[in-house]
Design a protein around this ligand. Structure first.
Ligand code: GLA
Length: 734
């Protein structure tokens, strides 16, 4: 890890463990991007920019500015001045005219990494990180642009963000602001994005990059089920273990857009930032705007290496919760067990039976407040329904604690149902455009939490319940996208601030909650709201990965999620069969193996599932306790993908010291007359001898293998019978 400024050659060289990121100051003015990729020690410098080759430019280096702007690889391209590629910043003056030219003014390099006010971001102490800040200035309007780059000890990630400061004398409007840009020479690259839908999140797509602009984005106000604030540019042949990949991951939970543009000169410009749809930020003199953080990562050892870089970064420098390195309590959530149909007695029956099986926490999901017996009312009325819970939350929690379980609760704090006391008293609290009835989704509106009084109401509603009883866990849900975006606070020339102000307000709420209740285990939620993103992970160590709990569907959902996020953050539960969403039946064992690759818990009525399944729970609980340290802290490797094999899926986790590995193998579809499958393992010590624990059946002796044998020749899996069956293989080095 080192950041160097080579004064004689005007070069900034940012070094991570295995990569270099290089910029140059051209003609004492312009900041250009030279290189990002595998580590280099002594780059030649500016010559690579081939500035003199640009049409009409050769006369005196910069020559005609128009032509220069059209081809120079700006580190942070500005709209309106001759750079026609995807811009990073678009500034409008008071007369509605767009254009600002940014030239180099100064820089500083320092130890550590500053936080981003009001925003989630990676953090590090002085010894673990170094930061470069480059200040560019827009002379005419008096705008300073501070580009920030931080590197971390032992990591190949770079954390970047941008600060815009209005040091001029007039009001300006920020119409667009990206947080990071990368310029590459195209090598027939592809674009990797994530797509999906409700209960089908984070599937992976790869497409060739033709000329023009290609984007992944959302305008739903939330990071969303449909797309993901991440994309990568990668080689056609890049696979799990070899090939180049450049990833950009946005630490943000609202509207975003990631763009790759293939230009006239066959270069690629990659950008990532807040979506400029309905975005316009008014900046009075003296004001600043912070564009959220983007994590960039490069790997020349395939997608797998990128994955492990991000996992380590997030486990070390993003997730703050005290639960991060701890086993989470095994919880049973009553959503799929009862939906809205429960009362205290039913919950206590479930709690007693759960306790007998070794489950550690009961989470009461939706339906405990107002008169909410279905999803069409009462959001906003966070008062206990005493018909269902006659002793109130306090009484219920006391009884659950007496049984020996901890207690957790569900909220959807940002919402209001039209049929609620809150809405009847304060219809103006909901986001809406005056004169038009706002669209409902799941019979609800979004509260305008950008307003202090609304945000305080929301906060106090949640906090009062938490203050009233021994509640150890909260699931924070959010079940609709934003439409009809209108606020009584942000309108006229600040209307375009609303979406981002909303996200800042959400972060403020989560910051307040985690500060007042530092011992609370907070779980944010995907299938409400799709906000599985690094922004939310800053506040909660785990996020419910999908409402689809079917073990086979989860292979794809969790695989996509784990491409970016550590397994310790992926909310995963064993649920009942036939699965409530897809109707599939899978063995109870397999459901356990799949949930083990996440936080692990239950989402079923333990009093009503088949006796044979229930009897398996104590062994699953023991399995979780045995392996969770490894799963939570280890290195994750994808071995086989059901989407490619069509028949089976496999992954493994290896401990950092390579002394232990756990392989999960799932036969999704049985087939006739096939041989057992050989899978090659990864991440082991080639010279170590690994002992495979016997399955516990019969007196079969433990088997021994060399690491290089397992990684090159492979490992013969059991020949298993039936669809959706699985095996765990546990190896320990001798
Ligand atoms: C969302 C969540 C579910 C559940 C329901 C309750 O869909 O993802 O887990 O909490 O809301 O309404």
């Amino acid at each position: 890890m080192a950041i160097i400024f080579d004064e004689s050659r005007h070069l900034f060289m940012i070094g991570t463990e295995n990569t270099s990121y290089i910029m140059a100051i051209t003609a004492g003015k312009y900041l250009g991007h030279i290189y990002y990729g595998r580590k280099v020690n002594k780059p030649a410098g500016e010559a690579i920019l081939r500035v003199k080759e640009l049409a009409f430019v050769d006369r005196d280096f910069i020559g005609e500015k128009g032509s220069f702007g059209d081809g120079y690889p700006f580190e942070f391209g500005s709209a309106g001045i001759g750079d026609f590629r995807e811009s990073c910043i678009e500034i409008m003056n008071e007369n509605g005219q767009i254009g600002a030219e940014f030239i180099y003014r100064s820089h500083r390099i320092f130890d550590g990494k500053p936080g981003l006010k009001g925003l989630p971001a990676t953090f590090a102490n002085e010894n673990d990180a170094q930061t470069l800040e480059i200040t560019l200035m827009g002379e005419v309007l008096g705008i300073d642009l501070i580009l920030s780059y931080s590197v971390f000890e032992g990591s190949d990630a770079i954390a970047r963000h941008v600060r815009v400061v209005n040091n001029g004398g007039s009001t300006v409007y920020l119409n667009k602001i990206n947080s990071a840009c990368i310029e590459l020479n195209n090598k027939d690259y592809e674009m990797l994005t994530m797509y999906g839908s409700w209960a089908r999140e984070r599937a992976i797509s790869r497409t060739p990059i033709g000329y023009g602009r290609h984007s992944t984005f959302t305008t739903r106000g939330i990071s969303s089920h449909q797309s993901h604030p991440f994309y990568a540019v990668l080689g056609k042949d890049t696979g799990e273990d070899s090939g180049e990949i450049y990833g950009m991951h946005f630490v943000y939970s609202g509207n975003f857009e990631g763009v790759v543009e293939r230009t006239q000169h066959d270069e690629l410009r990659m950008t990532m930032g807040i979506n400029s749809y309905n975005f316009r930020w008014k900046m009075e003199p003296g004001e600043e705007f912070i564009a959220p953080e983007v994590i960039t990562v490069y790997s020349c050892e395939g997608i797998g290496k990128m994955t492990r870089t991000l996992h380590d970064l997030y486990r070390t420098h993003l997730i703050r919760s005290k639960y991060l390195h701890k086993k989470r309590p095994i919880l049973l959530n009553n959503w799929e067990a009862t939906y809205f149909d429960f009362n205290m007695d039913k919950l206590l029956d479930i709690a007693r039976c759960a306790k007998e099986q070794g489950i550690e926490m009961l989470v009461m999901d939706d339906g405990w407040f107002g008169k909410r017996n279905s999803d069409n009312c009462s959001l906003g009325d966070w008062k206990v329904n005493t018909e269902k819970l006659p002793e109130g939350i306090e009484g219920l929690v006391k009884r659950v604690n007496e049984i020996g379980l901890e207690f957790g609760i569900w909220f959807e704090p940002e919402m209001v149902s039209p049929d609620s006391d809150l809405y009847r008293a304060h219809p103006d609290y909901a986001i809406a455009i005056p004169g038009r009835e706002a669209a409902q989704v799941r019979s609800q509106y979004v509260l305008d939490i950008t307003r202090d009084e609304v945000r305080d109401y929301v906060y106090e509603s949640v906090a009062n319940i938490l203050r009233s009883a021994n509640i150890r866990y909260v699931k924070w849900d959010m079940n609709r996208p934003m439409t009809d975006v209108g606020s009584i606070l942000y309108k006229g020339d600040t209307a375009g601030e609303f979406y981002h102000r909303y996200v800042l307000a959400l972060y403020d709420l989560q910051e307040r909650l985690t500060s007042e209740f530092p011992d609370l285990l907070l779980e944010n939620c995907t299938s409400g709201g799709g906000r599985f993103d690094p922004g939310m992970l800053y506040y909660s160590p785990q996020i419910w990965a999908s409402d689809d709990t079917d073990a086979i569907e989860r292979l794809t959902i969790q695989r996509g999620t784990a491409m970016l996020y550590p397994l310790s953050s992926i909310g995963a539960h064993v649920s009942d069969c036939p699965n409530h969403i897809v109707g599939r039946s899978t063995s109870f064992e397999t459901r356990g193996y799949v949930a083990l690759a996440g936080t692990f818990g239950y989402e079923l009525d333990v009093t009503r599932i088949p006796e044979d399944d229930r009897k398996m729970i104590p062994a699953q609980v023991a399995m979780y306790h045995k392996y969770n340290d490894l799963v939570r802290e280890g290195d994750y490797y994808r071995i086989a993908n059901i989407c490619d094999t069509n028949e089976f899926d496999a992954w493994m986790v290896t401990s950092k010291d390579k002394k232990e590995a756990l392989v999960t193998y799932i036969q999704v579809r049985g087939a006739a007359n096939i041989r057992s499958r050989i899978i090659t393992l990864k991440g082991l010590d080639p010279d170590a001898v690994y002992v495979l624990e016997n399955s516990g059946e019969g007196d079969a002796p433990c088997k021994e293998f060399y690491g290089d044998e397992l990684m090159n020749i492979g490992f013969v899996t059991d020949k298993i019978w039936g669809d959706g069956s699985g095996r765990l293989y546990h190896f320990t080095a001798k």
